[in-house]
Design a protein around this ligand. Structure first.
Ligand code: AR6
Length: 178
């Protein structure tokens, strides 16, 4: 499994699965969620509505999968990040769950390449450095059976600040013995 840190618009990068930083309604919103629904087209929303009717949306930390519509991917994996509330409301565990549950769902769907945005670091206000630390912790501790199934994990940073934070986190990650 290779990890790439990229800067750009996640909707423009080809992958088997694109992860969406959604909300529990699954009905779309702003930020990356807005971009995914806008560019992916109505097939994504229709698939989200089917999931809502079946299970009533998506809880924080959980993930669901839909078609990717017109996006350069087979699937969109919608996960709901935690809203930052100071850090004592279980935010870290919930953000970990987002990444782990998305990766599990990817493997269940034979995904080989997956792109993640910086979940919760926009509208949901999770501090970017703390969120990056969670991402690298999850990737370090990932079970072998998941790592073996995946070829590429793209960590797609939209803003320069996240890119610099991810690059720094990657350096300290690579310098540690795993
Ligand atoms: N490609 C990649 N990353 C992006 C893009 C893009 N096209 N657009 C924004 N980002 P946010 P959240 C980055 O706010 O904090 C929505 O309304 C952005 O710079 O999209 O998890 C949902 O419906 C930031 O670093 O998601 C929820 O209600 C990161 O994506 C709520 O926002 C996440 O920012 C979720 O908030």
């Amino acid at each position: 499994m290779k990890i790439y840190i990229l800067q750009g618009d996640i909707t423009e990068i080809k992958a088997d699965a694109i992860v969406n930083a959604a909300n529990s309604s699954l009905l779309g919103g702003g930020g990356v969620d807005g971009a995914i629904h806008r560019k992916g087209g109505k097939a994504i929303l229709e698939a989200c509505v089917v999931i809502r009717n079946r299970q009533g949306g998506c809880e924080t930390g959980e993930a669901v999968v839909t078609t990717a519509g017109h996006l350069p991917a087979k699937f969109v994996i919608h996960t709901v990040g935690p809203v930052w509330n100071g850090g004592n409301k279980g935010e870290e565990r919930l953000l970990e769950n987002c990444y782990v549950n998305s990766l599990k769902l990817a493997v269940e769907n034979q995904v080989k390449t997956i792109s993640f945005p910086n979940i919760s670091t926009g509208i949901y206000g999770y501090p970017k450095d703390k969120a990056a630390a969670v991402v690298f912790k999850v990737l370090t501790q990932l079970p072998e059976e998941i790592k073996e199934q995946l070829d590429v994990v793209n960590l797609v940073c939209f803003d320069q600040e996240n890119l610099l934070i991810y690059k720094a986190a990657e350096c300290s990650f690579l310098n540690k013995k795993h």
